[in-house]
Design a protein around this ligand. Structure first.
Ligand SMILES: NC(=O)c1ccc[n+]([C@@H]2O[C@H](COP(=O)([O-])OP(=O)(O)OC[C@H]3O[C@@H](n4cnc5c(N)ncnc54)[C@H](O)[C@@H]3O)[C@@H](O)[C@H]2O)c1
Length: 351
């Protein structure tokens, strides 16, 4: 790294990689020197659209380049651990697409390597850099919902079917990451899950999971590759208000002044001794659509990774958050396969 100039290599440029490449290439003080990609067609895409970036079929050529400071990993989830481990061993900072790894054991090993070599380790939990998600967190911090009851999340579409991981590991990292962020980093205490593998034997393409927190908050996650329409919706229900966050709608957030109030009727008939006497009043007031600044989350995410390299700050989606997401996903996978509710235990030492 010369002065504040950071040289980046990217591994993988399939469906998602071009979004990362475009954003890192546009960051001031950053040059994407390499894209390593196994597919000749995808290398041709990079050569045609990013002529200042070199391509190679061999990722070790890019990672071993002494000029490279940081590596962005945009390959399938099952490859993340092996590549990130080699990148950290080569002394480079690493941004790994979500999920960081496919087990907590792997995540812990990466975290240990990054800490030992004082390199930045960040996972691509894009929604933590999304202004709508951040706005909902602010509403929760101000206790706008009153007592927080429950959340349900739907992340559904037809495809992109994977074969290295099931839909739980592919789509639910987003839901889990957002839920942890909204609930101030607190881990759920347990998870139960039910899945269906209709397309590929043994690889669930639809999962329904239930997460429970010690506060009593529960969250239901429904993820699917086998659905007629694209849905990216999370609904939060509290005693005073309700929120719908719809990522594919123009109005990302709707806040409803709706609820059911228990109004005491004590004393109405001079029955001062009967404290159980109450009436349920349904409240349906105004709906607010707050204006959300539509900054591209990936641009904020890329800037944050580079800033953490320059400043030594710990990323928002750094070791602790990325490891917690993997811990919840791993417990969910055990629940899915066993049909049992699985307890989640926090890491012995906070990251
Ligand atoms: N943050 C998000 O919102 C988001 C969205 C989609 C995907 N993703 C993540 O991005 C990653 C990639 O997903 P995708 O949909 O682009 O997958 P993809 O299969 O379309 O692309 C992966 C690419 O990596 C290449 N590749 C695999 N191993 C390689 C290696 N060792 N060296 C060089 N190239 C290699 C493949 O040739 C392929 O082109 C996954 O981890 C996925 O979870 C994140």
């Amino acid at each position: 790294m010369s002065a504040n100039h950071i040289v980046v290599a990217q591994l993988g440029c399939g469906y998602w990689g071009p979004n990362l490449l475009r954003n890192y290439s546009a960051q001031p003080g950053c040059r994407v020197k390499w894209v390593a990609e196994q597919s000749a067609a995808r290398r041709a895409y990079v050569e045609n659209n990013f002529p200042q970036t070199r391509t190679t079929a061999d990722w070790t050529e890019a990672v071993s380049d002494p000029e490279v400071d940081a590596v962005v990993v945009a390959t399938p989830a099952a490859t993340h651990f092996g590549l990130a481990k080699a990148i950290l061993a080569a002394g480079k900072h690493v941004f790994v697409e979500k999920p960081l790894a496919t087990s907590t054991q792997e995540a812990d090993e990466l975290i240990g390597l990054a800490a030992g070599s004082q390199r930045v380790l960040m996972a691509g939990h894009t929604f933590l850099y999304n202004n709508a998600v951040r706005h909902v967190r602010q509403l929760l911090e101000k206790r706008e919902l009153g007592e927080f009851y429950y959340i349900y999340s739907q992340r559904l579409n037809l495809g992109q079917v994977r074969s290295d991981v099931n839909v739980w590991w592919n789509l639910a990292p987003h839901d889990v990451s957002i839920l942890l962020y909204w609930l101030n980093g607190e881990l759920p205490v347990s998870v139960s899950a039910h899945g269906i593998a209709d397309i590929q034997p043994g690889i669930e393409d639809v999962v329904f999971a239930m997460l429970t927190w010690s506060s009593g908050v529960v969250a239901h996650i429904h993820v699917s590759w086998l659905d007629p329409g694209k849905v990216r919706k999370m609904t939060l229900v509290g005693s005073r208000k309700m929120i719908v966050y719809d990522d594919v709608s123009d109005d990302k957030i709707a806040i409803y002044d709706k609820g059911v109030d228990r109004v005491p009727k004590i004393g109405e008939k001079m029955d001062y001794d009967n404290f159980n006497n109450y009436q349920l009043i349904y409240r349906a007031g105004d709906v607010w659509l707050p204006r959300i600044n539509s900054q591209e989350p990936l641009k904020v995410e890329a800037a944050h990774f580079l800033d953490c390299i320059r400043s030594g700050r710990i990323p928002i989606s750094g070791p602790q958050h990325a490891r917690d997401v993997v811990a919840v996903l791993e417990a969910g996978e055990t629940a899915l396969k066993s049909g049992q509710k699985v307890a989640i235990t926090p890491a012995a030492t906070p990251r």
